[in-house]
Ligand binder design. Sequence first.
Ligand code: AMP
Length: 500
Amino acid sequence: MTTFADLGLSPKVLSAVTDSGYTIPTPIQAGAIPPALSRRDILGIAQTGTGKTASFVLPMLTLLEKGRARARMPRTLILEPTRELAAQVAENFEKYGKNHKLNVALLIGGVSFDEQDRKLERGADVLICTPGRLLDHCERGKLLMTGVEILVIDEADRMLDMGFIPDIERIAKLIPFTRQTLFFSATMPPEIQKLADKFLQNPERVEVSTRSSTATTVTQRLVATHGKDYEKRATLRDLIRAQEDLKNAIIFCNRKVDVADLFRSLDRHGFSVGALHGDMDQRSRTTMLANFKENKLTLLVASDVAARGLDIPDVSHVFNFDVPIHAEDYVHRIGRTGRAGRSGAAFTLVSKRDGKFLDAIEKLIDKKIDWLSGGLEDLPQAAESEERERPRNGRDRGGRDRDRDRSRGRNKGEARATETRIETVETEEKVEVVKAERKAEGRPQNPARNPRAANHAAPRPANDDSRDRRNRYRRDEDDGPTPLGFGDEVPAFMLVAGKA
Ligand code: AMP
């Protein structure tokens, strides 16, 4: 059996890998590391979760041991589609590069340019960037790309989804042709193949099988619901309350506006909940994720784009508030639970209009998913609900289930005089997010509510990110599918503020 010691990595790197507790390389590592060390281009077809990050970080560390960085001339460049993934790669450099004295600079939106400039000035061995922020730095004349020896393009298919390909092509033109290129994608649609043909020279192709099945340890159930948002929210609340063994859960929505709405609703109903979506500033995202990982939050409402690729530990439950439009997303979502042989539960809310998406999922996973109790035909007539209207201005309307809900996951008694909350406001033209100082006086008093309100910094616009080029093209990275008509849905043009 191949071990890390067989791959040709330097002793410093090997020692850090051993300290991490890994001895056996994953298939993508075993396949990509030796040719990468021989300076070959790599076409890696693998998803996150396969050990893909180490498959480029480890050979890069070995190769970087020769030579030194010069001011403003990075030696290697890694492009990532989201800030979280960029931060995760930086963590990998920290972990595996602990025996090296390398300068790693993370250039992502939402962080001040000055701080990043200082890092670049010192000379970066490794530059990890989201494409927009990198181009902004180049345009400001702070970066010279002519010294880049290795270019990594990670998650290429997601870059395509997010409209980053023109940025990537511009960046690639700034880097010498003689560079080594390591290119990774979970899937290879024709556009990505074209890009790979353009960027790579005689690459070593390493493919690891993608998952199209769900773990057998996960109990999957469909839950019939009426289709209006307030009805779905009520169904979800009942479902969550009925789970005796719920430790923590991720709740997936298809669109980020629904993430914001659902977060607010669950929070108002007293659940311990956080949210993760593309419009939140970096600090909020990082805090939210850390709180969830540390079990300070029980529920995390997320969009696929925000959650995909994140190294979130095993959760006991996954709830699909919406049936995913892309069947593969179902597999990714469900994969958040039932890891490493543990048991997990996954519930998908299904309304009448979801039929064709459900069919696609069952076809992909090659099995029928059971209904929790009765199917859509057994649904009672739609009931009136206290949540009939969407809350305006995110004001607390005093959900009447609050007291009952308080028992779940709340940290009682941590009263705060002032709570800072971020609230979402819908306007006619767009969904605009505003920050509101929530004074205890003048608001319904409830000492047990929002014990960590500061950490609840939820849906919030990319304000400090407004200089990030990405936002000039598309503020939304997780708009999800185009809404179906005007009924209960918010039309897409209302959701993509500033897209023009
Ligand atoms: P990635 O696909 O890079 O997101 O990695 C997914 C997870 O696998 C991370 O938590 C890594 O720490 C872990 N990992 C990476 N390489 C190995 C390995 N050779 N053996 C076991 N776990 C690994």
